[in-house]
Design a protein around this ligand. Structure first.
Ligand code: PMP
Length: 384
């Protein structure tokens, strides 16, 4: 199989699997217990926190382990909002945040919180002049992802951090797609809080982290004695050890990013030559190295994905399937992309195990399968 869906998830590395199996067998005790096995589990947790913190460029005390980015995002927004000074009750989200995070925004709005939306431009970049108007002194927090999971477009965190600093607001970033793909250190970051998920960089699923700058007003929505009162619940030690192992196994992220960018650019150029109907979103902007979000004319995403399956390629569409059929991606809708184009969106995302031979196989195999279809009328949209 040619796996081109690394933005959805990645395979756990052999080192991660081994470290997790060992931890599960050896340190099954509760890290909060006072007896010897509990204390050993606590020591193991401390070591994993130290190892992860070193790789993330943060202090061990700034790292809160969670069940993944969805929870980290909730924790950051709810916790920082609850801890914000009186008079600051407004929170801003970008229009292209991950769908789960948008769900949080809607549920906050339903609970009476003042929620605003930062728009994007037609090219997928953040509209900074609109952001400058929206980030006012009533705003407690701005939540802006570091990189979009569909288009791969990088968001202007430094510019927005300047706006939040001037307005006295905090900045949270969902760095789920950034971490592991581009260099990151919390001590260099402009954000006050950063979310991530281990399974996007060859760690296990169901574990992630929230980096929280010291001294911030924070009232946990999941209180408990663990994680310094910021996230209650017995720690998932094997998964946390897997996360730390994955982080320390990242290697030279900048060099790998250059390799993937070159591979991705070659793939896009090859496809554009063979299929002049190709459009790639976000191509003119700085993007995640391995992400390519494209359409081939108006061929339905499902049709293209089926042809990719014939070539042994696993990829994903930009459309969310619902009982009523395909829904265009909210990211493309926010960019003003017409519905029929948005329903043709396919995402190919390379990773560190992607090879030039795999890209060559796509370039050789895909155009001959799609060209005949382009001569026909656009296929009816289906959703499987
Ligand atoms: N944010 C972004 C940008 C993502 O891409 C994802 C995963 N697709 C998430 C949050 C959610 O991560 P998880 O499902 O691991 O909680």
């Amino acid at each position: 199989m040619i796996y081109l869906d690394h933005n959805a998830t990645t395979a756990p590395s052999p080192a991660v699997l081994q470290a997790m199996a060992q931890t599960m067998a050896q340190h099954w005790a509760n890290a909060s217990s006072q007896h010897a096995p509990g204390q050993e589990a606590r020591r193991c947790l401390g070591q994993a926190r130290q190892q992860a913190a070193q790789a993330l460029g943060c202090l061990p005390a700034e790292l809160v382990f969670t069940s993944g980015a969805t929870e980290s995002n909730q924790l950051a927004v709810r916790g920082l909002l609850a801890g914000a000074p009186v008079g600051r009750r407004r929170v801003l989200f970008s229009e292209v945040e991950h769908s789960a995070h948008q769900g949080l925004a809607r549920s906050l709005a339903a609970q009476g919180v003042s929620v605003g939306w930062l728009p994007v431009r037609p090219d997928g970049g953040l509209d900074l002049s609109a952001a400058a108007e929206l980030i006012t002194p009533e705003v407690a927090l701005v939540s802006l992802m570091s990189a979009n999971n569909e288009t791969g477009v990088l968001m202007p965190l430094a510019e927005v951090a300047e706006l939040t600093r001037r307005a006295g607001a905090l900045l949270h970033t969902d760095a789920t797609q950034w971490l592991g793909k581009l260099p990151f250190r919390f001590d260099d970051s402009v954000a006050d809080a950063v979310s991530f998920s281990a399974h996007k960089f060859h760690g296990p699923k169901g574990v992630g982290g929230l980096l929280l700058r010291r001294g911030l007003g924070f009232q946990s929505p999941v209180p408990g004695s663990q994680e310094r009162g910021r996230r209650g619940g017995t720690e998932n030690l094997p998964a946390i050890v897997g996360l730390a192992t994955a982080l320390s196994g990242l290697g030279d992220v900048a060099a790998e990013a250059r390799r993937q960018s070159a591979l991705r650019d070659a793939m896009e150029q090859g496809l554009a030559q063979a299929l002049p109907e190709l459009q790639v979103w976000g191509q003119a902007l700085a993007r995640l190295p391995g992400t390519s979000y494209l359409r081939v004319g108006l061929l339905a995403a499902d049709t293209v994905l089926q042809r990719l399956v014939r070539l042994g390629v696993a990829a994903s569409s930009g459309a969310a399937c619902s009982s009523g059929g395909s829904q265009p991606s909210h990211v493309l809708s926010a960019m003003g992309v017409p519905r029929e184009q948005a329903l043709a969106a396919v995402r190919l995302s390379l990773g560190r195990d992607s090879t030039a031979a795999e890209v060559a196989a796509v370039l050789q195999g895909l155009p001959p399968l799609l060209r005949p279809l382009l001569q026909e009328a656009p296929a009816a949209q289906t959703c499987h």
